[in-house]
Design a protein around this ligand. Structure first.
Ligand SMILES: Nc1ncnc2c1ncn2[C@@H]1O[C@H](COP(=O)(O)OP(=O)(O)OP(=O)(O)O)[C@@H](O)[C@H]1O
Length: 366
């Protein structure tokens, strides 16, 4: 955990802010040293959240505090500019200063904060070593690959000793072959430095491997928040369910079912905190779903009449994408290649999805 000369942990964030022109109303609390992954579809408000925290965007209403410091308070006219926040943003692109050496780039933050030349260089060397980039110290950024530049950018961000590190899809611009090494590096430096981190990502693996907690945004609002595995194993928002690759049907709970707005009853295992009449979601994995043309006779299972929308080969299985007529949420079924061939499926075909009640988990939804 980050400490100021051995003192109390730092990096407690508290944000409640609105940006009317973007229809964004966000709240976020982060504990000192916590790594929070922010997930959401395009336009959900992830970049807006980072811009509010870093000071690139002023909210119309709200407050942002970092430890005891008020960074923003629109009622009281408080506004701390970006360079005085101790909040550092690491963007998708490394954005190194092209005319400076790698070491000078990393020393730039400490120098700007008034650290002496020699001490800043020592800090740069330490952080370059921490990201395994010592050998690039004397190069110019133009002589680095994308992955090498991103390593240096991580060193530069941490050398500035931020109380909060903001990561904006740090692997998105990298070659897929390089991304795992950078992810592993981030995992190590975030753990070692205990830095409060807000990580925007589209990638489930980033959330699973880097974050203590995920926050899911939809339409400019926080729609769910919780420990990463918990949210992904029991997602309550369409976005979390989609990235977790599971099916999710929303409705209300009754004693043993989920009832959809269209009146369909889906039998499942209800979580103990489900209350009859309250909003709930049914969640089940694609491999728990069978696909058939006819209703199996006498089967006590859940049957969903759907239309095939797409067929996606995924190695040994074919992922069938389907939609319930009038149902907003897409459904997924993984079936063997042989089964897909036997059924002769085509997009547009009406089929029946069958899932056992024991394969369906019903959770309360917010
Ligand atoms: N510069 C801007 N001016 C006005 N509206 C904006 C601006 N940038 C984003 N918006 C709007 O604000 C809302 C939130 O967008 P934001 O860019 O924060 O989403 P995001 O989750 O980061 O999306 P993406 O994954 O596509 O980057 C959207 O409705 C978007 O259209």
């Amino acid at each position: 955990m980050t400490t100021a000369d051995g003192g109390a942990p730092i990096g407690a964030l508290d944000l409640a802010a609105g940006v009317a022109a973007r229809d964004v109303e966000l709240t976020l609390q982060v504990e000192p040293g916590e790594v929070v992954a922010v997930l959401g579809a395009n336009g959900a408000g992830k970049s807006t959240l980072l811009a509010l925290l870093s000071g690139l965007l002023r909210p119309d209403t709200g407050t942002i505090t970092l430890d005891q410091r008020v960074l923003v308070d629109t009622d009281r006219g408080v506004w701390v500019p970006p360079h005085r926040r101790r909040v550092t943003l690491l963007a998708q692109q490394a954005l190194l200063l092209p005319h400076l050496s790698v070491a000078a780039n990393v020393a730039f933050g400490p120098r700007a904060q008034g650290v002496g030349r020699r001490e800043a260089r020592a800090l740069a060397d330490r952080w370059l070593a921490a990201v395994d980039a010592t050998e690039f110290a004397d190069r110019k950024p133009g002589q680095l690959s994308g992955g090498q530049a991103q390593r240096v950018a991580i060193a530069r961000a941490l050398a500035a000793d931020p109380a909060v590190l903001l990561l904006d899809e740090p692997m998105a611009a990298l070659d897929v072959a390089v991304a795992p090494a950078i992810r592993q590096l981030l995992r190590r430096v975030l753990r070692d430095s205990g830095r409060t981190t807000v990580l925007v990502t589209h990638d489930l693996i980033d959330a699973l491997s880097l974050a203590d907690r995920v926050v899911v945004l939809e339409a400019g609002r926080v729609v769910e928040s919780g420990p990463t595995r918990e949210v992904l194993s029991a997602p309550r928002s369409v976005f979390a369910a989609r990235i977790a690759g599971v099916n999710l049907i929303a409705g209300t709970a009754d004693e043993h079912h989920l009832r959809t707005p269209g009146g369909l009853l889906i039998a499942g295992l209800l979580a103990p905190d489900c209350r009859a009449g309250e909003p709930a979601v049914a969640v089940f994995p694609p491999n728990a779903v069978a696909v058939s043309r006819e209703e199996p006779v006498g089967s006590p299972r859940n049957h969903l009449r759907v239309v095939v929308t797409d067929l996606e080969p995924r190695g040994d299985v074919v992922r069938v994408h389907a939609a319930m007529p009038g149902g907003p949420d897409p459904l997924l079924a993984d079936i063997t290649v042989a089964a897909a061939a036997d059924l002769g499926l085509e997009p547009g075909d009406p089929v029946l999805l069958t899932v056992k009640a024991t394969g369906v988990a019903v959770h309360p939804a917010t």
